[in-house]
Write a protein that binds this ligand. Sequence first.
Ligand code: MG
Length: 328
Amino acid sequence: MSDGAGIAGTQAGDPTVPNAPSEVRLSFGFGTDRGLRRELNEDSFLAADPIFAVADGMGGHEAGEVASRECISVLSQQEALAAGSRTATAVDLQQALRQADFRIREVSNARAGTTVTGVVLVEERGVPYWLVFNVGDSRTYRLGQGAFGQVSVDHSEVQELVDGGFITPAEALVHPRRHVVTRALGTGTDTEADFWLVPVEEGDRMLVCSDGLTAEVTDEQIHRALSTLPHPQDAVDSLIQSALRSGGRDNITVVIVDAHNITGGAKEDTLTKPTASAETEDTLPRIPDGNASPAPHHLAPPATTNDSAGPAGMPGAPGSSPLEENHG
Ligand code: MG
């Protein structure tokens, strides 16, 4: 594994909270690779129970590296995310991400930014949940009880075009503006994270990755690797090798976390309906301000009459500029 800033805890096994109401056990694997075309690895990651996160820096000239590393550093220092803790809420995460946004602006003069996505294992009334968060176009997927799908929703121009019915997901993969993100930390005007709360089920496997994986490897290939390789580190290594074999045009970071020993799990399954229950689900941590809407995947509707401007309030609209990753 080359370069890249990673913070990783002990590879799991033991229940880390004595006498906790549930004793979910996590095992995980992680890896990052510079890829075959980039000079630097601007991805950073964090793999330390209860948080697993990937940040993909942008800005070039090492600025992206600083941005992603700063973001991961801030997350790793949160008290609510201390080793083995199960008490984090979306509010804690949001505060941490705002702090990261501030720090990156401070160190880079807003010339660098980063995406960040990931998952935190939390408990609400003794029931374990995955708290998934996202800003930008790195991704969090879940393989659980036979179902596989992306939990996070990309903040990207092509995602908006797909949502608006203007292009298909297949067209998005080759669209010339596929690397333009519409939210990031440290730069731009839209920095709010989206959150999803997904009940943890026995055998759940979560994948957190940068777009250096998903731009090279299809969801079907990812699904196959996750379903056939029982050890998380083997699956990580296999996915990184697949991305390199198909071109390795970007930095590739992969974190996989498995959950076992689930007792008393929640019955409902919110997978792929990440926020549908947000207004009625009384266990969802509330976001204390209006910016983080309870339906985060509903972006502003795409503009239909002005093809030079993006959706209102999004980069691309007059007065703001899109954030583009530095694809060399
Ligand atoms: Mg990338």
